[in-house]
Design a protein around this ligand. Structure first.
Ligand code: 5GP
Ligand code: SF4
Ligand code: MG
Length: 466
């Protein structure tokens, strides 16, 4: 998911709508915006299914969300009810405490949400959604603290998992990252206004300047007095999601001081060093494989070409929750450029293999178009474990690399060769020259290593972690 907040701009909701456009890649199922306009009107919220452009570009919607404070969310479901998104699960969520209204938007996933929900229901809470985020609201309601920030700290001390959260009261905006900083969150400034955003690419769109990342474990409280920074949790070594660099973030974002584009390009360089192959062309599987393919081509000296053309009007296939749609989605989204690949030994570069749907279809299409050989190079290590921190990977038994050896995968995908970048290669590309520190890894890489920085406690309790 993606989150975006604006403090102190006239018509803050219009900024938020623009910001959500730039975060659309982080979730395409639904979007919502909450704004506050002083008393007596208070909070207004619009929550809709579908893309931002379908709901938040008209003057009427923006007019319905007046005020200097606003925050928004783009959603794709990783927790709660799967399948079709119910409107009641769309964020921001809203609640009224004794001190006034409160809206919250969350990116990440709470790994003890089922246990918390059961406990809260036992003690009288009435849930209105299947969203894990709602646990935070009920925990806050039970806090004896008076301010929203203090209530939130109380609540978050009980929450395990990954969260980048933006919340607002009628006079304050709060941004917070979980102690490991698994998901991103940045602070920006546009004139007198403050901005919080999942990614820096969404600051550019409103002409805001990047101020800094919100630090792992940090809570920023923005008011008319400025930005106050607090560290309410026990300090721990950060474990930012390495997959944000591989795939999830937009390449024009800068996270943790690293350009996402440059990091992906360097993964391609590492891949070319680790897994070279005699070939005529390097072709990305667009768009997710493009920067790595550029790096692979630069390092290997083999020319880069657009052997596959992407239909710009189709969204990310994996973000479609149904399997059937995902299957058709590949052909709808990608087509082979015959004139380029015919007769050639082609290296296809993609960011990851999850179920193998994409790679298998693409390879077929490239061979049908007359390619002489197809080699597959993957800009991440084999995905062997599900993510419990906000990226929607399927269960282990559906992950190709969890059920097959590399050799078996090569046969299954029908390619002439198949190689993945090593975990150390990936870390080097992410600026860690010495590679992964196995005793204290510098990133979360659980989907590649099975080394979960926060135990997925609901899953363990349900016996569903194999
Ligand atoms: P596959 O077709 O192997 O299931 O998915 C791989 C493709 O989906 C890649 O082209 C990649 O861009 C995209 N993808 C990236 N990350 C994920 C993820 O976390 N889950 C899923 N299902 N697909 C992803
Ligand atoms: Fe990111 Fe993978 Fe960790 Fe999930 S398990 S947070 S996708 S690195
Ligand atoms: Mg892709």
């Amino acid at each position: 998911c993606g989150v975006y907040g604006v403090f102190g701009a006239p018509d803050a909701a219009s900024f938020v709508a623009l910001g959500l456009h730039a975060l659309q890649h982080r979730g395409q199922e639904a979007a919502g915006v909450a704004a506050h306009e002083g008393e007596p009107n208070g909070f207004n919220i619009v929550r809709r299914l579908g893309h931002v452009r379908d709901s938040f570009t008209t003057a009427e919607v923006i007019k319905a969300l007046p005020g200097r404070l606003a925050l928004g969310h783009v959603r794709y479901s990783t927790a709660g009810a799967k399948g079709a998104t119910a409107i009641r699960d769309v964020q921001p969520l809203y609640a009224e405490f004794a001190q006034g209204g409160f809206a919250i938007a969350h990116n990440g996933n709470i790994v003890n949400a089922d246990a918390l929900r059961a406990e809260l229901i036992e003690r009288g809470s009435i849930f209105q959604s299947s969203s894990d985020t709602e646990c935070i609201v009920h925990l806050m309601a039970r806090s004896i603290q008076r301010s929203a920030a203090e209530r939130m700290k109380d609540a978050l001390r009980r929450v395990e998992g990954a969260y980048s959260i933006i919340a607002m009261t009628r006079s304050k905006m709060i941004g917070v990252r979980d102690p490991l900083g698994v998901r991103p969150l940045v602070l920006g400034r546009a004139g007198d206004a403050w901005i919080l955003s999942s990614e820096s690419c969404a600051l550019d769109i409103v002409g805001a300047e990047f101020v800094r990342d919100v630090a792992p474990g940090e809570m920023v409280i923005i008011s008319d007095d400025g930005v106050e920074s607090q560290f309410p949790f026990q300090p721990s070594k950060p474990r930012f999601c390495v997959f944000e660099y591989v795939y999830f973030s937009r390449p024009d974002s800068v996270i943790g001081g690293l350009s996402v584009y440059e990091t992906r390009r360097r993964i391609g360089v590492e891949l070319a060093r680790e897994a070279p192959v005699e070939a005529d062309l390097i072709c990305p599987v667009p768009d997710s494989g493009t920067p790595a393919a550029i790096g692979y081509s630069q390092e290997s000296g083999v020319p880069y070409a657009m052997g596959i053309i992407r239909n710009q009007y189709v969204g990310r296939t994996f973000i479609e929750p149904s399997e059937q749609i995902r299957n058709m989605g590949v052909r709808l989204k990608l087509n082979v450029n015959r004139a380029v690949v015919a007769g050639k030994r082609v290296v296809l570069v993609d960011d990851s293999v999850v179920r193998g749907t994409t790679s298998r279809k693409i390879k077929e299409m490239v061979l049908d178009a007359g390619a002489a050989e197809v080699h597959l190079r993957i800009a991440s290590p084999p995905t062997t474990w599900p993510c419990f921190y906000g990226v929607d990977t399927p269960d282990k038994e559906k992950l190709l690399a969890a059920t097959m050896s590399e050799e078996e995968m090569r046969d299954h995908l029908g390619v002439d060769s198949l190689r993945f970048v090593s975990l150390d290669g990936l870390y080097r590309a992410c600026g860690v020259a010495e590679g992964r520190d196995d005793r204290a890894p510098q990133f979360c890489d659980a989907c590649f290593s099975g080394d979960y920085p926060v135990a997925p406690s609901d899953r363990i309790a349900q016996g569903r972690l194999k």
